[in-house]
Design a protein. Sequence first.
Length: 265
Amino acid sequence: MAIIKLMFAISLTVVPVILSFVEPAAAQRRLRANTYSQTGENEQGVDAQFNLVDTARNGSEITDSASSLRVGLFQGAIQDYVEGVGEVCLNPDREANQPNCPSSYSGTGRYVLDASGFPILNPDYPFIPYAGFISFDADLRAEFIEQDQLFESALGGIRDSIAYSIIRPGQTEPLYSYRLDFASFGFDQNQAINNLSYILEQNVLGRARPVIVFDDFTDLGIGDALIQNRFERDIPNAVPEPSATLGALAAVSIGVLLKQKKKQL
């Protein structure tokens, strides 16, 4: 009878403590992502695709790991980077040899857009990864550039910008680099550098212009890092399952209380 009373007392003490540690698993399992199609110099051919995400593969949130407000470093924010070949649909007024692309388009820009405002891949030339190419994850680096000289020749005036680089872990040379004239789009400078959720939600990277490096000079390209779609999906949870957490906490708590009871006896 004494043992039963003791175990009942322990359960009344331990259960409230355990429940305070339990978090909804669903909150840890949602990943948001933008898929980008990188076009080449002709603004039509797709050279690479990648996902920009705010959640690591282990379920943890990706945050800025740089110490300076002028630099943002988001490790693992680029997932499934792959190189290949494809083509986006162009405005019919500019390109007439894409018979299976939509005949109508939104706005007067270069690309045919879907209902959400995203460019459409040409069904005759969908993006296909290179044979044998193994996709990999990379980091996104953002850096404030004061009086960016690259905008002088392109837009007739020097201005501040943000440089974005896709860098493979362990390497220093970026796979792709972009420059963003953030003021012209009304983007908040600090948010566009240090807040990955803001970069995702505002499609900041999709507004940046690629940096083209030639033999003797560097310039801004015309094509964008085009957002192909925006999606969310469930991912495995890095946090221990509630049953495992409850069991571990219960064992520890019961052990502590039993020791206390023995001392009192």
